[in-house]
Design a protein around this ligand. Structure first.
Ligand code: NAP
Ligand code: HSE
Length: 435
């Protein structure tokens, strides 16, 4: 059988998983690819570090990138180092040396997609990136190949495994935030800088990629409105549960009258709806297409083998010649014009959960409801508990769920309520979604 020589650049969590699949399941991969994927080299920084693979053949590991660049047998490279530099320079060097590249690095694509795809096109090379969004879920292939008869109308997803893992550990096992994050890091879910996972940046990068594929928009991920796990506390998780909701870090892309809203925010999702049921490092994405209707994708969004599964599938597609056809047709991050305008976050419409700690005295509730009414915000439910023995004296938590209103009115009302002398400074406002 013919051989395609491949290399791995970066032997961390994902790179090691890719090496395992190539070395331990070569026959299966060869059957699916119609050729042998032959691991020729794997680039590491530290040759003495144990990579946890017992049967790694001698001579494969190298700490010299040039050995891969100069090796003309190697045609496909899995680029599995994170961050921007040296990842960007290395990817350019790989393309320039004639290699087709497979990557899982969404930060790099979200920031430098235009430059990298232009360079790949001009060199007649390809970049495949299924693992960059949704880990093992084949969402990129579905959007770019299976939904091409559709105008996608909306796309909503849980796109960060680390933050979803933390949320479920906190709510279901009562773990502290720091402990849950530490476990996520140990299990290989988190980025080298886990702040990207928990502050919504990683999700925004993935949303920028999906929005580009689904709607053709080219948006700087930093321009996407985003909030992360800092926007609420364990108490909000508990109140949401009492109200019949779960909090999830939700990415939203929605076409409204040919304009697009994009945001990432912790959102209360009603129990029983598919996105509310996503647990641990799992990701999920709902897509609505004008012909296909509703679709739901669910699977492990982070972790060694689920991500390696997507990387190796891309390596097989590249070796078999399928990537080239899609890559040329899609013209991703090219100069193609896109007519869609972005809707500013302040103009989006949503329901809100608001939580305040208020003085337990006459007139406070009417002040708050008066402010909401003044901003034309209708209340859907309101809960005020008796003060707990442990709570601050004469302070009671007040939880308000609103009907739909504009984000700008909700924000103005929230600020006005927070400024009332009878309201504590620590207050929270989260979006609510029915499904
Ligand atoms: P990781 O465990 O930190 O591994 C990165 C590897 O790259 C490390 O082994 C590191 O070497 C190596 N490296 C960094 N700079 C290098 C250089 N200049 N030369 C050679 N090697 C270099 O990261 P990961 O979790 O595997 O993630 C890799 C990429 O996949 C990231 O872009 C990440 O966002 C993405 N991704 C990860 C997951 C996941 O679940 N982990 C899922 C989807 C996508 P050392 O070992 O010497 O430090
Ligand atoms: N750190 C990322 C996550 C890896 O937790 O989702 C998958 O992209």
């Amino acid at each position: 059988m013919e051989k395609t020589h491949v290399a791995i650049v970066g032997m961390g969590t994902v790179g090691t998983g890719v090496a395992r699949l190539l070395l331990e399941h070569g026959d299966r991969l060869a059957r699916h690819a119609g050729r042998v994927l032959w691991l020729n080299k794997a680039l590491v920084r530290d040759l003495s570090k144990n990579r946890g693979i017992d049967d790694l053949p001698a001579g494969i590991l190298t700490d010299n990138l040039q050995e891969i660049l100069d090796n003309h047998q190697i045609s496909v490279v899995a680029h599995l180092i994170g961050g921007i530099e040296p990842a960007r320079t290395i990817m350019l060097q790989l393309l320039e040396s004639g290699k087709d590249v497979v990557t899982a690095n969404k930060a790099l694509l979200a920031q430098h997609g235009e430059e990298l795809f232009d360079r790949a096109r001009s060199l007649g090379r390809t970049i495949a990136f299924e693992a960059s969004v949704g880990g093992g879920i084949p969402i990129i292939a579905n959007i770019t190949q299976c939904f091409t008869a559709n105008q996608i109308i909306s796309l909503r997803g849980i796109l960060n495994g680390t933050s979803n893992f933390i949320l479920t550990q906190m709510s279901e096992k009562g773990l502290e935030y720091d402990k849950a994050l530490e476990i996520a890091q140990r299990l290989g879910y988190a980025e080298a800088d886990p702040a990207m996972d928990v502050n919504g940046s990683d999700t925004a990068q993935k949303l920028a990629i999906l929005a580009h594929l689904a709607f053709g928009v080219r948006i700087d991920w930093k321009e996407i409105y985003r909030k992360g796990l800092e926007a609420f506390t364990i108490e909000d998780i508990r109140y949401a549960e009492k109200l019949g909701y779960r909090i999830r870090l939700l990415a939203t892309a929605q076409l409204i009258d040919d304009n697009l809203e994009l945001h990432v925010s912790p959102t209360l999702i009603r129990n029983g709806r598919p996105l509310a049921e996503v647990r641990g490092p799992y990701n999920a994405i709902t897509i609505v297409g004008d012909a296909v209707g509703d679709m739901f994708f669910h699977g492990q969004g982070a972790g060694q083998m689920p991500t390696a599964s997507a990387v190796v599938a891309d390596m097989i597609d590249t070796a078999a010649g399928r990537t080239e056809i899609t890559f040329r047709r899609l013209q991703l991050w090219s100069d193609r014009q896109c007519e869609i305008e972005m809707i500013p976050y302040s103009k989006t419409i949503g329901r809100y959960y608001m939580r305040y700690l208020v003085a337990d005295e006459p007139g406070v509730l009417s002040q708050i409801t008066g402010i909401l009414g003044g901003h034309r915000i209708s209340i859907s439910s309101i809960i005020q508990h008796e003060p707990a023995e442990s709570s601050a004296p004469n302070k009671v938590p007040l939880i308000i769920m609103t009907h739909e209103c504009s984000e700008s009115e909700a924000s103005r009302a929230h600020v006005a309520i927070r400024e009332l002398p009878s309201v504590d400074s620590e207050c929270f406002k989260l979006r609510v979604s029915e499904g």
